[in-house]
Design a protein around this ligand. Structure first.
Ligand SMILES: Nc1ncnc2c1ncn2[C@@H]1O[C@H](COP(=O)(O)OP(=O)(O)O)[C@@H](O)[C@H]1O
Ligand SMILES: [Mg+2]
Length: 261
């Protein structure tokens, strides 16, 4: 984070990470490991900046479309050079741990999953935001036991680290640098998921109804001066205002012209 951003941020309003465990780093290069507050709250940490902004944008767009997402948070960590604000994904309860590269284990989960349509809805979000990294480990599965002890599952979106505005402007839906998002759609039928056209189109409509004002007020305002400068926020809002509709149209087009799951 630049010095101007660090001094512009307000101290004391973000959860303070009192203990970090970088060894509890789960996967990606940018992952800073787990962070814990004095009262035992847990966050999976990543840098702020564009990456933290992308995590917020993805989660907020998912929320606005009715797709469960992880809760993006700004948290404060201590570094050698003082306090720094970074991204924290508030750790969810009831996470179902299983081998997310195993088709058989996904089949068992999806048989009792109450929101399988999240795959089709999030595909719309990912393509619009140019997120090329929706592989099978970038879904969070929560176990929901009912009163009789029967377990059902909920899918929750997580990890928008390679999503707009990390790549600004957003990647074209048919020209992704990584094939992960599209490749995963090919596995859907094998794993018990399916393409729900109605959900996909309804989600596209919801995204295109989100105005630039929404992006500024509901997402970027709390990050400006923390993860991004005024000039960056302006540039992201300009892209949203002038290119979001075209990106939604390209997203629909990409499904209608051959690459459909
Ligand atoms: N909110 C959360 N609740 C529980 N576990 C989480 C949460 N966010 C991330 N994780 C765990 O951390 C792992 C890495 O998170 P992810 O956002 O995919 O980061 P990376 O960029 O390192 O892949 C996930 O696979 C998941 O196991
Ligand atoms: Mg990941």
């Amino acid at each position: 984070m630049s010095a101007s951003l660090a001094t512009a941020s307000l101290p004391g309003i973000y959860p303070l990470i009192s203990h970090r465990d970088p060894l509890q780093k789960r996967t990606g290069l940018d992952n800073l490991g787990m962070g814990y507050t004095e009262h035992g709250e847990q966050f999976m940490l990543k840098p702020g900046g564009r990456l933290g902004t992308a995590e917020f944008v993805g989660a907020r767009v998912a929320d606005a479309c009715g797709i469960p997402a992880c809760q993006p948070t700004v948290v404060t960590i201590e570094t050698l050079t003082g306090q720094e604000q970074v991204f924290g994904s508030r750790i969810e309860s009831g996470v179902q741990k299983f081998d997310q590269s195993s088709p058989a284990q996904w089949q068992a989960v999806l048989k009792n999953c109450h929101n399988v349509s999240a795959f089709s809805a999030l595909l719309a979000v990912d393509l619009v935001l140019g997120n090329d990294d929706r592989h099978w480990n970038n879904w969070l599965v929560q176990a929901l036991p009912d009163a009789s002890g029967m377990v059902s599952y909920r899918l929750r979106a997580m990890d928008f680290s390679r999503s707009w505005p990390v790549r600004h402007p957003a990647q074209h839906p048919q020209q992704h640098a990584s094939y992960n998002t599209w490749r995963a759609t090919r596995d859907w039928p094998i794993l018990g998921a399916y393409f729900d056209e109605k959900v996909f189109f309804a989600t596209c409509a919801k995204i295109s109804a989100l105005p630039a004002k929404w992006l500024r007020r509901s997402v970027l305002a709390e990050l400006t001066g923390v993860f991004l400068t005024d000039a960056e926020a302006d540039s992201y809002c300009l892209w949203w205002e002038h290119h979001l509709q075209a990106q939604v149209i390209e997203t629909i087009h990409s499904l209608e012209h051959g690459v459909r799951p």
